[in-house]
Write a protein that binds this ligand. Structure first.
Ligand code: HEM
Length: 497
């Protein structure tokens, strides 16, 4: 996670945080590597460790450490000692040793701090029931979510299509935020009655993204009370999503209805229920939005990709007897969207390039991790992490890994699923959604939503990028998920005539 963001805090917050950090760093930074432990890199800064090097160029720095120390090493990062496993053939070690390497301990700490989810995470039955409910993000339930998203997009864009064929100029990230937030919120949490809709959606969205901007601090050791208005924002968001307030929305998804039933069965306080909904809402939009941004950005910078996608879409529309025509008339099923290999390849390529999420586990006891390349002693209280960006940027696996190639995941007209390293076939070659027990339960929804949005934009609109300069990554959400662009990008769109 971004334990180590180095952006400025408020002055008062900074002073207290510095005092706390000084104390913590004295205690935490003194460590000496014991025999049998992985190489230890503490950096030159107490407490922060290698945070600055990593945030400046995460991939370059990790590759540098890998070259120097091999595929397993421990770094000091924002007061935490994290052992990284970089060899994808060794990833299964984390699953194999799940008793010693706990996701629950790590996620409980995070949920408590970031979403104020308290008692419930300690109740194993509740956690289990919520986990089982994730099934409602797949299969038939996902078909219904897709249908609802399509209807919502129709309502959102039909007036624009009918009204004008003039160019509209917009900032791409802001545009993706608005569309993805509204479509996702409505599909999952239900429709807000017409009169209040715009105001409620816009306020909720703005609050959520203000909160997300501070997320790296939230998962650091800095107390939330020192983070300016963050605690107040957290309270406001939780309050907006209590059962009482959510009762105002109509046609909620099956997953939210089921979660509500489970939460009511186990919890007494409505604010605790609101905290759960808040965490779920945060998870459902904060990665999908930048992923959608990058997909649009690369499409508009690569006319050959748009052309290939248009051909693929035209074929589908023809084979299903649909015409583009005027107005928003298309109908799409999940199987149809999933049959579009070019569309899928574009999304996978974007996630390969810009997803920087890490799978993190808490080391519950001192123990020896036995790998093919040797044995490593791990210490209780440390963290262990996989860092897939190194896999995604490996030139042995992906030729010219820094380039966007829209057809990288297509082979003989089908989805390409075989990639090799050192002559050996890889089980894990793209991992934007995590791993094992903690793998993202919303991954199918995220991908189908991005597919649907790209399909609609390419089918009904002419799109052009205005800012032509290449754009870098903002790494302040490093290890949390898909990275944001360093700045927003102007583009224009108009309904196809
Ligand atoms: C491109 C979009 C998305 C990306 C890249 C993404 C990525 C991730 C990652 C990396 C994790 C943590 C996995 C781990 O620690 O091993 C995660 C967890 C989670 N995601 Fe997603 N996600 C996306 C969209 C969604 C959507 C649309 C939803 C919900 C509708 C969702 C719901 C969740 C939930 C609830 C968790 C926590 C699971 C748990 O700990 O039980 N995500 N996601």
């Amino acid at each position: 996670m971004g334990y180590f963001s180095v952006e400025p805090l408020s002055l008062q917050g900074l002073a207290v945080a510095v005092a706390l950090l000084l104390l913590a760093l004295c205690l935490r930074s003194r460590r000496i590597r014991r025999p049998g432990e992985p190489p230890l890199i503490k950096g030159w800064l107490p407490y922060f460790g290698v945070a600055f090097n990593l945030q400046k160029d995460p991939l370059g720095y990790m590759k540098f450490l890998q070259k120097q120390h091999g595929d397993i090493f421990t770094i000091l990062l924002g007061g935490n000692y994290i052992t990284f496993i970089l060899d994808p053939f060794q990833y299964p070690l984390v699953m194999k040793n799940h008793k010693q390497l706990s996701f629950d301990v790590f996620s409980r700490k995070l949920s408590e701090k970031a979403f104020s989810i308290k008692t419930s995470m300690r109740n194993e039955d509740l956690a289990h029931d919520l986990h089982v409910a994730y099934q409602l993000l797949q299969g038939r339930s996902l078909d219904i979510l897709l249908e609802n998203m399509l209807q919502d997009l129709k309502q959102m864009f039909e007036p624009k299509l009918l009204k004008t064929t003039n160019w509209n100029t917009a900032q791409m990230l802001t545009f993706c935020r608005s569309v993805v937030f509204e479509v996702t919120f409505t599909a999952i949490y239900g429709k807000i009655p017409a009169g209040d809709k715009e105001k409620i959606i816009s306020e909720l969205k703005d609050d959520l993204f203000k909160y997300d901007d501070k997320f790296t601090y939230l998962i650091s050791d800095i107390p939330i009370e020192l983070l300016g208005n963050v605690k107040a924002l957290q309270k406001k968001l939780i309050n907006s999503l209590t059962s009482e307030n959510l009762a105002k929305t109509q046609e909620k998804s099956e997953i939210v209805q089921r979660r509500q039933e489970i939460l009511e069965q186990y919890l007494v306080q409505d604010l605790e229920i609101g905290a759960h909904h808040f965490g779920f809402l945060w998870a459902s939009v904060t990665n999908t939005i930048p992923a959608m941004f990058w997909a649009m950005y690369y499409l508009l910078r690569h006319p050959e990709a748009v052309e290939a996608l248009r051909d693929e879409i035209d074929c589908l529309l023809q084979s299903t007897g649909q015409k583009k025509g005027s107005g928003f008339s298309i109908h799409l099923t999940r199987d149809q969207l999933d049959s579009l290999v070019c569309l899928e390849s574009i999304i996978l390529e974007v996630l390969r390039l810009h997803s920087y999420s890490s799978s993190i586990r808490f080391v519950q006891e001192d123990f020896t991790l036995s790998s093919e390349n040797g044995n490593y002693c791990l210490r209780k209280g440390d963290l262990i992490a996989l860092f897939p960006p190194v896999l995604h940027g490996d030139p042995e696996i992906f030729e010219a890994p820094e380039e966007f190639r829209f057809d990288r995941f297509i082979e003989d007209g089908k989805k390409k699923t075989t990639f090799f390293k050192g002559g050996k076939k890889l089980k894990f070659f793209i991992m934007p959604f995590g791993f094992g027990t903690s793998k993202c339960p919303g991954r199918y929804l995220a991908v189908i939503e991005i597919k649907l949005l790209l399909f609609v934009f390419v089918t009904y609109f002419d799109l052009e990028i205005i800012d032509k300069k290449p754009i870098g990554l903002d790494h302040s959400r490093l290890m949390i998920g898909v990275q944001h662009p360093e700045s927003d990008v102007l583009f224009r769109y108009r309904a196809k005539s």
